[in-house]
Each structure stands twice: as C-alpha cells, then as structure tokens.
Design a protein around this ligand. Sequence first.
Ligand code: HEM
Length: 380
Amino acid sequence: MAAAAAKKLGILVALLALLVGPSAGLLGIGISIGSGTDCTVFVGWPLPVILRSLICGLLGQPYTPPIWRDEPTGAGLSVGYYNNPRNTDAYCPGAETAVRNAVEKAIYQQGRGIGAGLIRLFFHDAFVRGCDASVLLRTTALAGTNTEMEGPPNKDSLRGFDVIDAAKEATKAACGNRVSCADILAFAARDASDILSGGNIRYPVPAGRYDGRESFAKETGQLPGPDSSLQELQMMFAAQGLSTADMVTLSGAHSIGQARCLFFTGRLAAMDSDYARRLNTACNGTGSPNNRVDQDPVSATVLDNQYYKNIDKFVLFGSDAVLVSSPETKQQVDVNKANLTSRWESDFAAAMVKMGNIGVKTALVPSETEIREVCWRVNA
Ligand code: HEM
C-alpha cells in the first residue's frame, strides 16, 4: 500500500516537474505534504510549495485547515506576573531584566538585525498553536525533528534562537526554572521593538504563558507568504482573531530586518526602476536566491513608519504592496505614513500585545503544558 503510494507520488513528481515549470509561482497558492498523510495549506509561498500542492491535491490527501480563533483576550495573563509574590511558583522579580539584558547583549554583539529576528520569531510562534514557544522546539514526542522550524516559512530563515536560549539561562540563574519560553519570547520581542525604535515603541507585556509540548512543520502553513493576496492576508490574520487593521499595523515590522532574493525578484518590474536595478545587482539577477537585502532601503535598522512611505514601489513583497490595493487598507497606510500623532508606534505596541494573547496556555496541564527547562526541547 505504502509502496504503491510512493510510486504514484514519484511518477506525479516527475510529471509535474516537467509540466508545471516556473509559471506555477503565479498561482500563489499551494498545499504542502506533511510527514504523514496530512497536507497543509501554504498560501503565498513560492514554487517548491506549489509543486507539492499540486501533488497533494492529485493524491486527494486531506489537509490541515487553520484553526479559527476568536479575538484573543489574553485572559489569565497579567502585567508584572513574575514580580508578583502571590504567584508563588512563578515569582521571579529579575525575569524581565534578565531577558532585557540578553537582548541588549545580542544586539550589541550581533547587530540590530538580530532584534528583527526576535520580533519575527514572536510572530511565527503566535500564528502556529498560539504563543506557546512551539516555534523553538527542535524535537518533540510526536513530530520528531519535523517541527515548525522545518516548515517552509521558517527553515533557513528564522534567527534569534540563541538569544532566547541565553535569556532562558539568565532567568534560571536568577530564580530557577520559573519563566516560560513563551513569555521570554514575548519579552524579547518587546525589548527588541523598544531598542530598534529608539524607545518610541515601549509597552508592558502581560505574562503567565506556559510552554506547549508539540510542534509540527506542516502547521506553518498558517503563516502568510510573500505572494499572499490581500484577501489571503486578511483571512490568515482573521483566523487568528486579528483584524485587517492589526494586519496593516503589524506589517510595519518590515521596516527592519532582511529578506532573501527568492521572495521578491519576481516582482522587480513592479518596483521603482532604480531600486529594482539595485536589488537586481544585489541578487545577481535571479542567480543568488539566498542573498539577503535590507527590507527598508531608507532606514534599514530603525523600527519606524518608513515602511508605509515605502509602499508600494520600495517594498519587497507582493504582500506589502497589496496593502494599498483596497480603500480600507490604503487609508490606514496613508495615516501611518503621515504619523502626525505618533499613531503607528502606539498601534504597533497594542497589536504586539494582542498578537501575544493568541492561543495562550495559562494552566499547567500534565503532558500538555510545562515550563521548559531548555527552550528547544520539551522536558523529559
Ligand atoms: C503580513 C504578512 C507577512 C508576510 C507575508 C511576511 C513575510 C516575510 C518574509 C518572506 C520575510 C523574509 C524571510 C526570508 O527572507 O527568509 C519576512 C521578514 C521579516 N518579517 Fe515578515 N511577513 C509578514 C508579517 C510580519 C509580521 C506581522 C511581523 C512582526 C510583527 C513580521 C516581521 C518580519 C521581520 C522583522 C522580518 C525580518 C527578519 C530578519 O531580518 O531576520 N512580518 N517576512
């Protein structure tokens, strides 16, 4: 049975590789085969995923749809959670400072890009299984090593894991194993936002999350991709209980950090021609798909509203440019661009808190939740 399916798959792969060719990327939607019989929807991620999508569809395999969530309230979380002596098992007054120091040290030693990595890590954690640090796991009981970090949006892409590990060690040195990796991620993203914005984005983080014990690569299909249409972006944020306004606000994180050429060389023609020429040189045409460029050509290392000024001719992804394709989102882009009242910075802080409320696990449930000893593996 398994051998027959494998043979069928092999023939289909060969046929599709011949038939589909590079034009498949234009379809902009795909389904990827997981390690078992599951297929997961991957919206907006380029070719290899598309190819798998077609195979998956032809094989008639089921796929894992996103979990639809209500607007996340963060019930059970509280600001200053580790400072509260009444939270006996969690009391750790040095926790937030320990994380802050680890983030500062990493930015000092590795550069500001690592701060961008931490903010993205938090987003990628939140959208898959909620904020439970599932993105950090290298191995679990059910997924083996095929965890979220192996999924197409994450593989060879995410950075900042070392900073979280260092922060975890620092919190343990301060008070033992009391601070969850999920909370460390939320604190680290907050601290990175503060530092990269020059103090313009500063907010308290409600805490009290427990860590999850599972992580599956196939579930990373719940993350939007650089070719996602506006409708797909809206759908994927709505699935997490976030609004279109939250989506536009949070996309402003693309005013920092870097991206690989493979995600944008397909749309150089739609960009400012000088900028496109520079990008073309940086990417060696399409010859160096894994080269990285700054996302924001104006203020690459500052988390600010420049992103909205860059739309749509100076942003890298189709998913950035589409934000001016509807009156509703364009209006918000225009408001953020003008930023007369520092509006975007406070919106961003609020949206980060809201994203941090997604799917939080606030109770200790044996074999489901825990405070991990080490952030990249579940407790024995
Ligand atoms: C709206 C849908 C989004 C899409 C389609 C998207 C897609 C991407 C892609 C393709 C990259 C480049 C990855 C690579 O080259 O390896 C990237 C980078 C990045 N994204 Fe997003 N993203 C989205 C939303 C967000 C959100 C909500 C945040 C955080 C609040 C975020 C923060 C970042 C950061 C900081 C980077 C740079 C990371 C680094 O330099 O290490 N993105 N994004």
